[in-house]
Design a protein around this ligand. Structure first.
Ligand SMILES: *[C@@H]1O[C@H](CO)[C@@H](O)[C@H](O)[C@H]1NC(C)=O
Ligand SMILES: *[C@@H]1O[C@H](CO)[C@@H](O)[C@H](O)[C@H]1NC(C)=O
Ligand SMILES: *[C@@H]1O[C@H](CO)[C@@H](O)[C@H](O)[C@H]1NC(C)=O
Ligand SMILES: *[C@@H]1O[C@H](CO)[C@@H](O)[C@H](O)[C@H]1NC(C)=O
Ligand SMILES: *[C@@H]1O[C@H](CO)[C@@H](O)[C@H](O)[C@H]1NC(C)=O
Ligand SMILES: *[C@@H]1O[C@H](CO)[C@@H](O)[C@H](O)[C@H]1NC(C)=O
Length: 248
């Protein structure tokens, strides 16, 4: 521990700027998180959502400006640069509109984002999600986002895990001449190991090539996605599969 602090002190003092204290968190990252926190109400979560909301200890309680953000509940930083690489605010009683220009998008180094089990009051998933280009894990399950899935999600080519299950979304591609969402996904998100789109209304034919093209895929859940057509050929790498409710 002392060794770590010493090393940290050494690396900071040897760089071109000096810090008043040994704070790991980068100030721009701290401010982005504090602003994100203030974008939501603490009160007013209602109905079924209260059961997902652990009111006794919302993680954001520890988010105070006078403390190092790298030690806040739900936050992971890069140990060298102090940039935020992980945000886990699942079941955190977040309630309200998700701003299209949320300060969350200033966390450019994020690799993992989990906002599952919060109530975003039927907001759209912001198209600026594609600015979080380093995202490897994205979990928006049970968040009451609604509307079209923005195709910008398909720009996140580093994703290894994507969970959009049980949000009130649909894919727009049926009404446009483009390829079905799943085919586009298979072309772009080739690193996926886990995919869960259960109860997202994809309303399209099951693309036959899709599952065999995603060679890293280990787990896929497309339960209740309103898919139809032939059951696809399975890749031998898949360990877990739920394609129930495909109408043939
Ligand atoms: C946090 O505190 C610093 C230093 O007092 C200040 O410059 C910064 O604006 C504060 N951030 C927020 C989001 O209030
Ligand atoms: C949620 O949306 C409803 C309907 O648009 C609106 O009346 C309500 O104020 C919103 N609540 C919050 C917390 O944003
Ligand atoms: C696939 O990703 C590339 C690079 O980010 C992007 O330009 C392209 O539009 C994406 N394809 C789809 C179908 O979104
Ligand atoms: C998404 O987050 C929820 C809540 O933390 C968790 O139960 C679920 O397993 C996560 N999904 C994936 C694919 O990791
Ligand atoms: C699957 O891969 C083949 C060969 O690489 C490619 O021609 C095809 O377009 C891919 N299909 C999808 C749905 O991405
Ligand atoms: C799913 O989407 C299709 C096409 O947009 C629509 O016709 C259908 O009613 C939707 N199904 C549900 C359950 O919302």
């Amino acid at each position: 521990m002392i060794g770590t602090i010493f090393l940290l002190f050494f690396s900071i003092s040897s760089s071109s700027y000096t810090y008043a204290s040994l704070t790991l968190c980068r100030p721009d990252q701290r401010d982005a998180l504090l602003e994100f926190k203030s974008e939501f109400n603490d009160e007013g979560i209602q109905g079924a959502w209260t059961s997902f909301c652990v009111t006794s200890s919302p993680k954001r309680k520890s988010w105070e400006n006078n403390t190092d953000c790298c030690y806040w509940d739900g936050i992971t930083c890069d140990a060298n640069s102090g940039v935020v690489i992980g945000v886990d605010l699942s079941s955190s009683c977040l309630h309200g509109h998700f701003k299209p220009d949320s300060s969350l998008f200033r966390l450019q180094y994020l690799r993992s984002l989990n906002l599952a089990y919060n109530d975003f009051n039927a907001s759209s998933i912001p198209t600026r999600i594609n600015e979080l280009m380093g995202l490897q894990r994205l979990n928006l399950s049970y968040t009451s986002f609604s509307g079209e899935i923005p195709t910008e999600i398909l720009h996140l080519t580093k994703l290894v895990s994507l969970d959009l299950s049980s949000i009130f979304m649909y894919s727009q591609t049926l009404s446009s001449p483009g390829k079905p969402f799943l085919s586009q996904l298979a072309q772009n998100l080739t690193n996926l190991r886990q995919l869960d789109l259960s109860h997202v209304n994809l309303s399209s034919e099951m693309p036959q090539m899709m599952i065999s093209n995603l060679t890293s895929l280990r787990s896929i859940r497309l339960h209740g996605c309103n898919l139809f057509g032939r059951f696809p050929r399975l890749s031998p790498t898949i360990r877990s599969i739920d394609l129930s409710a495909i109408h043939t």
